[in-house]
Design a protein around this ligand. Structure first.
Ligand SMILES: *[C@@H]1O[C@H](CO)[C@@H](O)[C@H](O)[C@H]1NC(C)=O
Ligand SMILES: *[C@@H]1O[C@H](CO)[C@@H](O)[C@H](O)[C@H]1NC(C)=O
Ligand SMILES: *[C@@H]1O[C@H](CO)[C@@H](O)[C@H](O)[C@H]1NC(C)=O
Ligand SMILES: *[C@@H]1O[C@H](CO)[C@@H](O)[C@H](O)[C@H]1NC(C)=O
Ligand SMILES: *[C@@H]1O[C@H](CO)[C@@H](O)[C@H](O)[C@H]1NC(C)=O
Ligand SMILES: *[C@@H]1O[C@H](CO)[C@@H](O)[C@H](O)[C@H]1NC(C)=O
Ligand SMILES: *[C@@H]1O[C@H](CO)[C@@H](O)[C@H](O)[C@H]1NC(C)=O
Length: 798
């Protein structure tokens, strides 16, 4: 036992060391990481942010408040632990760090505006400056967490960072880091087009840092703890662009003029965005991206290239543009990169004058020189703001504006959890405790089995775009647990075709087993389908916020290398549809069917009412109701879901989506979506459950779908004529009547005439009671009291 433990520990130490070498090739001389307001050290990846009391020697403040977030306000499971506490400064306060080695340093400031006591941190307004530069002026943070990253060349032996509240306001800070940067990162090298500008004295602020053609690269995979976000949300015309990934091909060259791992990691150089129709000889168009910037400032733009697409040298020539200016003409990477392919190369460019608009456009396009097929590539991009002539980085409004997707998803989270269920909060707390505990275990070197709550075996709370710069371009990484691709591969026996349990529009669904024995269902999207990507994100966002007994839970996802993989709890008994018609499952009793309908109704009722803003499922059908081992129903597939109407609006207007046969005709006609569209589809499901027929059944009649057909029988009062033959003689008439009426109301022409899911639920429970009610002197199954027996019609439609 002892020997095993020691060996275990040895391996662990070894792997930590290896990780250290791989991930942190650079060892910073100065490395201050502080979790402001925190009573304890906080680990984020392999970095430790020290407790505030240990850091008090750095701080001088006449008056401040230590604040912590209340459990109530934790909006998602993966709010970084750094965001749980803060320091509030009501008067000008200073952090002073002694600098052991002069040169560039990162200053990263972490902000998350929560409410503490009388302080609403989103109301804070303040400036932040160093001895030589203003970093932020009249700054405030709304709605979302934000990391501000600066790099300054410090030549004195100390760095003083001052927080000054604006008039009648206050300042706050959740965490701060001051970390040395290698001298080679920003230089004045002649091969970089800086127009004679010396960068020595420049303070830089990272505005955007983008990984073209690939997923988010989290700070843990970057030797300098930078986060790279994906490029799709910046693309001007995404249908002209194509993604390529070939990470293994990347070969860093020893030539120091070329890029090193510190310039950008292999995962950034190994993926790229190129022209889509590169194989058409006459293609002539640009691929462009647009970034929001602050007018009035110059920008240092760093382009990262690595030709992992060419088959031979001197095949690819292209032009690079910034707004309407040409930055390089006929760029030939193979020549620049010492006559080799797949060698990382970067290029700096400083805009010649201050930006006049708030958009900066980067384009790549084919060179007319090109005698091979026209193409152009870009692997990565960094846009850094330069201080103005007054030494300031602050404009009128220095807040890097969030992209739309960011503000939307964050509002979503807040709404989702605000009223949201108590369960979600408790779960968040449990996960947080688990996380802390697991972290401790890992720190002791004992934890190597992979748990569903972890990422890469280290931690799960810190990857992804929480650490990005005002954007959450990858909503995916925001809310759920991220699985390494290898783990998913292993769990599904490398996507074994014989493990496929379903195929849908999104892709295939595989059965899987995690190495702790947990069974999962793994849905793997067809990569690079734009449609799929949107649904992938919606599903992650929705399911991460929603926890309910009758909703299928998402365990995690994987977006490595443009994969779109969702990992769910495994539902032993498959879809409701498979129990009704087709594939060999034993048929369900009437009571079981009622219970399934009730469970699904509860799930939908929760969707419609459990959050401040209703969620409309939009694709309610028997194939999206799954059954556990004990035949408990759970609603699945949130890919099409939409937030419901605002209080002051009565509908969400949106393109018609959903499944044929279940579509609400009113929604179809008026393109107006309300919760009542789900109620309609659920009504169709009720008839499907009763009749056990597909909704589009050519054998019924040529002109009618199940809903119309069943409604005809219901209106004639002869519903018993069309029930599933296996139920014949087993449904009590009262129960059937209640059930039929409920389904009929759901199918009302006008949404306003349909019941709410809550009413539907109540009526179904009623139908169940009527079925189970003991009628004195009348044993169940007695044919005088049941219906549908020997119905002539049943046979006609077999
Ligand atoms: C916190 O981290 C600091 C610096 O790494 C270390 O000196 C201190 O012992 C740690 N404290 C605890 C309670 O772990
Ligand atoms: C949070 O702050 C309150 C009030 O200052 C304090 O009583 C409580 O102990 C703090 N909790 C944590 C976890 O620091
Ligand atoms: C803040 O107060 C100073 C001095 O009282 C005043 O000069 C300045 O205009 C005020 N600034 C704002 C934005 O109100
Ligand atoms: C920092 O500034 C000093 C003095 O201007 C200069 O000598 C040094 O090269 C600069 N370092 C970097 C990394 O720019
Ligand atoms: C590409 O963009 C540049 C700069 O905006 C423009 O001059 C050029 O004409 C564009 N090329 C094509 C093929 O559209
Ligand atoms: C940035 O500030 C420094 C002073 O620290 C100044 O020398 C430099 O010219 C400023 N940069 C620009 C682009 O004005
Ligand atoms: C913050 O949220 C409020 C209301 O939810 C919204 O009006 C405002 O525009 C948001 N601000 C930002 C910067 O997203």
């Amino acid at each position: 036992m002892m020997g095993y433990r020691k060996f275990d520990l040895f391996i662990w130490v070894l792997s930590v060391l290896c990780l250290g070498w791989l991930c942190s090739g650079f060892n910073p001389a100065d490395n201050y990481l502080i979790d402001c307001g925190s009573p304890a050290n906080t680990s984020v990846g392999d970095r430790v942010y020290v407790a505030d009391n240990l850091a008090s020697k750095f701080l001088s403040t006449p008056k401040d408040v230590v604040a912590n977030i209340s459990l109530k306000s934790i909006t998602s499971f993966d709010d970084s632990p750094l965001y749980q506490t803060a320091r509030i400064f009501t008067e000008s306060s200073k952090y002073t760090f002694s600098i052991s080695q002069s040169g560039r340093h990162w200053i990263r400031l972490y902000f998350y505006p929560f409410v503490f006591g009388g302080y609403d941190l989103s109301k804070a307004k303040f400036s932040v400056s160093t001895q030589n530069h203003v970093l932020l002026g009249d700054f405030s943070v709304q709605n979302a967490s934000l990391v501000k990253e600066f790099s300054v060349n410090i030549t004195s032996d100390s760095l003083v960072i001052t927080f000054t509240p604006s008039n009648n306001s206050f300042a706050f800070l959740n965490a701060i880091e001051v970390v040395s940067v290698p001298d080679q990162l920003i230089t004045d090298d002649a091969n970089n087009g800086l127009h004679g500008l010396t960068t020595h004295t420049q303070a830089l602020e990272t505005s955007w840092r983008v990984n073209m053609g690939g997923p988010t690269v989290s700070f843990e995979k970057d030797t300098l703890w930078r986060t790279w976000v994906p490029d799709h949300s910046f693309q001007v015309n995404a249908n002209l662009a194509k993604y390529v990934s070939n990470i293994e091909a990347v070969t860093y060259d020893a030539d120091s003029a070329l890029a090193t791992k510190d310039i950008a990691p292999q995962t950034v150089y190994g993926t790229l965005t190129e022209m889509k129709s590169a194989d058409e000889p006459n293609s002539n168009f640009n691929v462009s991206w647009e970034f929001t910037v602050d007018p009035g400032f110059q920008y240092l733009v760093r382009f990262h290239f690595c030709d992992v697409v060419s088959k031979s040298l001197n095949q690819l020539y292209f032009n690079v543009y910034l707004d309407s200016l040409i930055v390089v003409r006929d760029l030939d990477l193979s020549t620049l990169a010492t006559n080799k392919l797949a060698v990382p190369y970067y290029m700096d460019y400083v805009t010649t004058s201050a930006a006049v608009s708030n958009k900066l456009r980067i384009s790549i396009g084919p060179s007319p020189l090109n005698n091979a097929y026209p193409n152009a590539i870009l692997n990565g991009l960094e846009i850094m703001k330069l201080n103005n002539s007054a030494g300031s980085l602050s404009g009128a409004n220095s807040l890097v504006p969030s992209s739309n997707s960011s503000s939307k998803s964050n509002v979503g989270v807040i709404v989702g959890a605000g009223v949201g269920s108590f369960i979600a909060v408790v779960l968040a707390a449990i996960l947080f405790v688990l996380y802390r505990r697991r972290k401790r275990l890992a720190d002791q070197g004992h934890s190597k089995t992979w748990l569903p709550f972890t990422i890469n075996g280290t931690n799960s709370h810190t990857t992804g775009s929480k650490y990005s710069y005002g954007t959450t371009a990858s909503a995916a990484s925001n809310y759920s647990y991220r699985f390494p691709f290898g783990v998913v591969q292993e769990a599904t026996n490398n996507f074994d075709e014989s493990w496929v349990i379903g195929i849908g529009g999104f892709g295939k669904v595989y059965k899987g087993v995690l190495n702790d024995g947990t069974k999962v269902a793994v849905k793997r999207g067809n990569p690079r389908s734009q449609q799929g990507l949107a649904e992938f994100r919606t599903e992650i966002e929705m399911l991460s916020q929603l926890r309910h007994r009758h909703l299928v839970s998402l365990i995690g996802y994987c977006d490595d290398d443009s994969e779109m993989i969702l990992v769910y709890e495994y539902m032993e008994n498959g879809t409701l549809k498979s129990h009704l018609h087709g594939s060999g499952h034993p048929s369900l009793s009437w009571k079981q069917r009622l219970e399934v309908c009730i469970g699904a109704a509860r799930g939908l009722h929760y969707l419609h009412t459990g959050c401040a803003k209703a969620i409309i499922h939009r694709d309610v059908k028997s194939a999206n109701i799954l059954l556990t081992e004990n035949l408990m129903a759970k609603v699945a597939d949130f890919g099409l879901s939409k937030r419901g109407p605002e209080i002051d609006q009565s509908h969400v207007s949106t393109a018609v989506r959903g499944s044929l046969g279940y579509l609400d005709p009113e929604y179809f006609r008026r393109k107006k979506l309300t919760e009542k569209s789900d109620v309609y589809s659920f009504g169709v499901v009720l008839f499907e459950v009763l009749c056990a027929r597909p909704v589009l059944d050519p054998s019924i009649t040529k002109e009618m779908n199940l809903d119309e057909w069943a409604m005809e029988w219901q209106k004639k009062g002869q519903l018993e004529q069309i029930i599933d033959s296996t139920l014949a003689g087993k449904i009590r008439p009262d129960s059937l009547r209640k059930f039929g009426e409920t389904a009929e109301k759901c199918l009302a022409d006008n949404g306003v005439d349909r019941p709410s899911m809550g009413d539907v639920l109540w009526n179904l429970e009623c139908a169940l009671q009527l079925q189970e009610a003991e009628i004195p002197g009348d044993a169940e199954g007695n044919s005088t009291n049941t219906i549908g027996e020997q119905s002539p019609l049943v046979n006609n439609f077999q």
